[in-house]
Write a protein that binds this ligand. Structure first.
Ligand code: ATR
Length: 278
C-alpha cells in the first residue's frame, strides 16, 4: 500500500534494471510493515550530479549508489563517513531535511559480514589477497586493513594501480604474473576484478598455491558460483559469494532509510536466488 506518508528510497545505477536491491528492500519493508518503497533510478551516465542535486531536502530519503556512480556520489556528498573516505567511494546517500547530503559506504560491512557468515572468517587471522585495483578492490583493501588484517596484498595486471591502493591500505603490491607468491600463506583471496564478466575469460589464478585453510571470495554474484569460486571448490577451499555481500551491505542501508534494522525472518537470499535463476 502506497499512502500519503510513504517513505521513498532507492538505488541509482546505469544500467540498473537487473539490480536485486529493490527485491531485497521491498521484501524487508513488506515483512516489517513499514510504510516505505524502494525503487530503481537510472540517471544518464554523465547526469548523476544533476539527478542527485534535485533530491536535496529529502523528497527521496536516500539512495544506494552502484556502478558507475560511486565516485560521483563521493564527490557530491556534503559529509562523508570515515569508511566512505577510506574507500574513496559512496554506496549510500542520505538526503537530510536541512538540504545537506550525507555519504557513507556499507560495502565493507557487507564484505566482512559475508566472510563471517559463510566462512566464519576473522580478518586478523592472516594475510588477505585482493585481485584487482579498481574501486571495488580499494574498498576491500581499506576495509580489511581497518579490520586488522596483518597484511593486505594487492595483485593487479597494471602494477601502478595496485601500488596506489597498497599505499592507502599500508599493503603490498604484486603484478599479476607474481600472483603465486602473493597466495603464499593467504588466509583469504578475494576477486575484485571485472575479468570473467560479460563473457570475457576468467582470471587464471593458481589457487593450488593457497593454503588449505584459505577462504576464497568473489564479489561477482552472477553467476552465483563464478568460475573462480568453482576452481576454489574443486581445490577443496571454503568459498563466499558476492550475493551474501550484496545482502549484507543492504541491511545497514535499510536502517539508514527507514530507521530500523531489517526484519530477520525473511529469506531474501532465497528470493534473490530465484530472481537470478529466473
Ligand atoms: P571497479 O571500479 O568496479 O572495481 P575497474 O576500476 O574497472 O572496476 O577495475 C577493474 C579491475 O579488473 C582492474 O583491476 C582491472 O585490471 P587493470 O587495472 O590492469 O585494468 C581488472 N581486470 C579487468 N579485466 C581484466 C583481465 N582480463 N585480466 C586481468 N585483470 C582484469
Amino acid at each position: 500500500m502506497i499512502t500519503g506518508r510513504t517513505v521513498v528510497a532507492g538505488v541509482a545505477g546505469n544500467p540498473v534494471a537487473h539490480s536485486l536491491s529493490p527485491l531485497i528492500h521491498n521484501a524487508w519493508l513488506a515483512k516489517a510493515g513499514v510504510d516505505g518503497v524502494y525503487v530503481a533510478f537510472s540517471p544518464p551516465a554523465d547526469g548523476f550530479r544533476r539527478f542527485a542535486e534535485g533530491l536535496r531536502g529529502g523528497a527521496v530519503r536516500g539512495l544506494n549508489v552502484t556502478v558507475p556512480f560511486k565516485e560521483d556520489a563521493f564527490a557530491l556528498a556534503d559529509r562523508l563517513s570515515p569508511r566512505a573516505k577510506a574507500a574513496g567511494a559512496v554506496n549510500l546517500l542520505v538526503f537530510e531535511a536541512d538540504g545537506t547530503i550525507a555519504g557513507d559506504n556499507t560495502d565493507g560491512e557487507g564484505l566482512l559480514g559475508a566472510l563471517a557468515r559463510q566462512a566464519g572468517f576473522d580478518p586478523t587471522s592472516g594475510p588477505a589477497v585482493i585481485l584487482g585495483a579498481g574501486g571495488a578492490a580499494r574498498g576491500a583493501a581499506t576495509t580489511l586493513a581497518a579490520a586488522g588484517s596483518p597484511e593486505v596484498r594487492i595483485v593487479n595486471r597494471t602494477l601502478a594501480r595496485a601500488e596506489a591502493i597498497a599505499g592507502l591500505a599500508d599493503g603490498v603490491a604484486f603484478p599479476l604474473d607474481k600472483v603465486a607468491a602473493a597466495l603464499d600463506g593467504a588466509a583469504v583471496v578475494i576477486n575484485a576484478t571485472t575479468a570473467g564478466l560479460s563473457g570475457q575469460a576468467a582470471l587464471d589464478v593458481p589457487l593450488g598455491r593457497a593454503p588449505d585453510h584459505a577462504v576464497v571470495m568473489d564479489m561477482v554474484y552472477k553467476p552465483l558460483v563464478t568460475p573462480f569460486l568453482q576452481q576454489a571448490r574443486d581445490r577443496g577451499l571454503r568459498t563466499v559469494d558476492g550475493l551474501e555481500m550484496l545482502i549484507r551491505q543492504a541491511a545497514p542501508s535499510f536502517e539508514a532509510f527507514f530507521g530500523r534494522p531489517p526484519p530477520q525472518d525473511v529469506d531474501v537470499r532465497g528470493l534473490a536466488l530465484a530472481a537470478l535463476e529466473g
